[in-house]
Structure formats: structure tokens, C-alpha cells
Design a protein around this ligand. Structure first.
Ligand SMILES: *[C@@H]1O[C@H](CO)[C@@H](O)[C@H](O)[C@H]1NC(C)=O
Ligand SMILES: *[C@@H]1O[C@H](CO)[C@@H](O)[C@H](O)[C@H]1NC(C)=O
Ligand SMILES: *[C@@H]1O[C@H](CO)[C@@H](O)[C@H](O)[C@H]1NC(C)=O
Length: 104
């Protein structure tokens, strides 16, 4: 877990993507399912795919599987990076301050 975060942090530093502002950005340091970001936070599949592409530990995924990835919110302006792909599905924990989880 710790090494995954270090890897993600290093990956985020290497990126210089365009600056986005979201009307409803994710909560900084929260973990959210792709479908949750899409439905409740106004993200789109292009942004989810870009977040996964910035995460070396997650292979490129078709759109339907991008929805089952947990994304980590990396800053207060709504930047996201892929955190983990939930092969058995992602669970919406139904709370802005509660982290979503993979089905175990
Ligand atoms: C997704 O959102 C980004 C940033 O707001 C925007 O530039 C892009 O055009 C959107 N893509 C689609 C397919 O809506
Ligand atoms: C937040 O992260 C996104 C995605 O990496 C980046 O585009 C944006 O510039 C960052 N915003 C700030 C304020 O650091
Ligand atoms: C979140 O809400 C949805 C819709 O009300 C429900 O189907 C789902 O079971 C809830 N998830 C949890 C973890 O309570």
C-alpha cells in the first residue's frame, strides 16, 4: 500500500496535464469509484482514461471497466489519478467523506 502511494505520487509529479476546474471536484484525498465520479461529480470518460493512463500499475482499460476503477483525488481542484482496478467491481459507499471500496 505504501509503495503504491509513493509510485502514484511519483507518477503525478511527472505529469503536466492541462488545468481543469470542476464545478463539483472530488474531495481532496478521497477515493472514489469511476461510476461515482461520472454520475455525481461531473467527470467524463476522457478524464477517467487519462487518470488511468497516468498510473503505471493499471493497464489501459475499456470504458466500461474505467467505471470500476477507484480514483484518488490528488488536489483541491479535482485532479484524479487511478488508484486500483476493482476486478470484482467497485462499491459506492454513498458519502462524500467516505472512501469507496473494491468488492473483495
Ligand atoms: C471531458 O472533460 C474535459 C475537461 O472538462 C473536457 O476538456 C473534454 O472535452 C470532456 N470530454 C468529453 C468527451 O466530454
Ligand atoms: C490538480 O491535478 C490535476 C491533474 O494532475 C492538474 O491538472 C491540476 O493542475 C492540479 N491542480 C493544482 C492546483 O495543483
Ligand atoms: C448506496 O446507495 C445505493 C442506492 O441507494 C444502494 O444500492 C447501495 O447499496 C448503497 N451502498 C452502500 C455501501 O450502502
Amino acid at each position: 500500500m505504501h509503495s503504491t502511494l509513493v509510485t502514484l505520487f511519483a507518477a503525478a509529479l511527472c505529469l503536466v496535464p492541462g488545468v481543469h476546474t470542476f464545478t463539483n471536484p472530488c474531495i481532496y484525498q478521497s477515493y472514489k469509484c469511476g461510476f461515482n465520479l461520472l454520475n455525481d461529480y461531473g467527470y467524463n470518460l476522457t478524464e477517467l482514461a487519462a487518470a488511468v493512463a497516468s498510473t503505471p500499475s493499471i493497464p489501459p482499460l475499456p470504458d466500461v471497466l474505467l467505471l470500476q476503477v477507484i480514483y484518488r483525488c490528488i488536489n483541491i481542484s479535482g485532479g484524479i489519478v487511478g488508484n486500483s482496478y476493482c476486478f470484482a467491481g467497485c462499491i459506492n459507499m454513498n458519502g462524500t467523506l467516505v472512501n469507496d471500496q473494491c468488492v473483495m
